[in-house]
Design a protein around this ligand. Structure first.
Ligand SMILES: *Cc1c(COP(=O)(O)O)cnc(C)c1O
Length: 401
């Protein structure tokens, strides 16, 4: 193949492209949560490539873990290949065995429990608190007492900081501590969220984070596991590197995984993470603009923030009351799609998933109702007021305003 020279490029540029219609030019597709580049990712990447550390090790990786540890206020952090890998290692460290029960809120993404299920555990889904959309602490407390009476306590409880709203960790860990049940926090969506003076996930035995392309800060893919316990993170680090013992011989006491984050991705993460405070402020501003423009419309509402938390508002979720608004979540989604605007129903609760048809549960009606009427709106940190105006206009029109 001939290389593309300057001449070839200029020849290519005379091929007449169909000129886009002005309407399309002015109206780019609006996505739910696209990556937001910091601008200096390439500099960080170049430094890593120049250093030759194209491996799941090296200075960029160490710097990324150090920065993340500072952001989280958790002294021990290991960067990993994905948020799901972080959860998988978390379940290993908590000693999940085939036949164990692992409890989780029903309203979440499947990755919250998928690794535990693949390890042979039985998931049990608990309903969420309608005020925070996260694991209901009162229900958890009651269910733990009942499980203790049955003699079948869960091996672990997983909490989820849904759409960036921190779970009520204080109440949840207090309930679990009574029975010695460890808590794993799925904080994949809550980087930059705080609760009772600490970062989201703090208070759990382990907290998992994600740097997938749709998250508030991305490496293009990646995750991390954090803890206040140095032993747990040292074990996670060993398991993530094929459980290799500290020896030049290929010595292994157990089998492990290839779950380390590449330092190439960590370089992108370094540039991204520096912008986290700005990204949180931008997503919160997006949320406030939606709230101001739409909460006065009959039948439309947003979740309030409890006094003890300040979430990153990763995604803004609109709740649609069909009787009062004259529209439905699905009609709204279609009206937005027709204008090139992506929106998504709230996660389908796990107790309603065919994959978990037979899983035990406690409640689920709150999660089901939130799913029925909840629509995630475009919430990217680079959204302009004008972009948001497009979304707001379509929604108001669909509600006859
Ligand atoms: C994104 C996400 C995950 C998985 O993270 P990956 O990095 O994509 O593996 C897990 N749980 C929740 C709630 C998520 O939103």
């Amino acid at each position: 193949m001939t290389p593309l020279t300057g001449q070839a490029i200029s020849q290519a540029s005379v091929i007449p492209f169909p000129t886009p219609r002005p309407a399309e030019e002015k109206r780019p597709r609006l996505l739910l949560s696209p990556p937001h580049l910091a601008g200096d990712e390439l500099e960080e990447l170049r430094a890593t490539i120049d250093s030759g550390w194209l491996a799941p090790a090296g200075p960029a990786l160490a710097a990324f873990e150090g920065q993340l540890s500072a952001v989280l206020g958790m002294p021990h952090v290991v960067a990993l290949a994905s948020g799901t890998a972080a959860l998988h290692l978390g379940f290993h460290l908590l000693g999940i065995q085939p036949g164990d029960e692992v409890w989780a809120p029903s309203l979440t993404f499947i990755a919250t429990v998928a690794p535990a299920v693949q390890m042979g555990a039985t998931p049990r889904f608990l309903d969420v608190d309608p005020a925070t959309w996260t694991l209901d602490p009162a229900l958890l407390r009651a269910e733990l007492s009942a499980a203790a009476r049955r003699g079948r306590l869960p091996r672990a409880v997983v909490t989820v900081d849904l759409y960036g709203q921190p779970a009520d960790m204080q109440a949840i860990t207090a309930a679990c501590a009574e029975w010695g049940v460890p808590v794993l926090s799925d904080s994949a969506e809550s980087l930059g969220s705080v609760q009772r003076g600490g970062h989201a996930g703090l208070g759990a035995r382990l907290a998992a984070f994600s740097f997938n392309g749709n998250k508030i800060v991305t490496c293009g893919g990646g995750g991390a596991l954090a803890s206040e316990d140095p032993w747990l993170i040292a074990q996670a680090r060993r398991l993530a590197a094929q459980s290799r013992e500290d020896s030049v011989l290929y010595q292994h006491e157990t089998t492990g995984f290839s779950y380390g984050m590449s330092s190439v991705l960590a370089s992108v993460g370094l540039a991204q993470l520096r912008r986290l405070p700005e990204r949180v402020a931008a997503r919160r501003a997006v949320h406030e603009r939606y709230r101001e423009a739409l909460s006065g419309v009959a039948g439309l509402s947003f979740t309030a923030e409890p006094g003890w938390a300040r979430g990153n508002r990763w995604l803004t979720v609109l709740s649609v009351d069909p009787a009062a608004s004259g529209t439905t979540r699905e009609a709204l989604r279609e009206a937005l799609a027709a204008e090139g605007i992506e929106s998504r129903p709230v996660f389908k609760p796990l107790h309603l998933q065919p994959a978990f048809r037979d899983a035990p549960r406690a409640g689920g009606e709150v999660a089901a109702a939130l799913f029925e009427n909840g629509l995630c709106l475009p919430s990217g940190s680079q959204m302009t007021a004008q972009d948001q105006g497009r979304v707001i206009t379509v929604i108001r029109r669909a509600c006859g305003r």
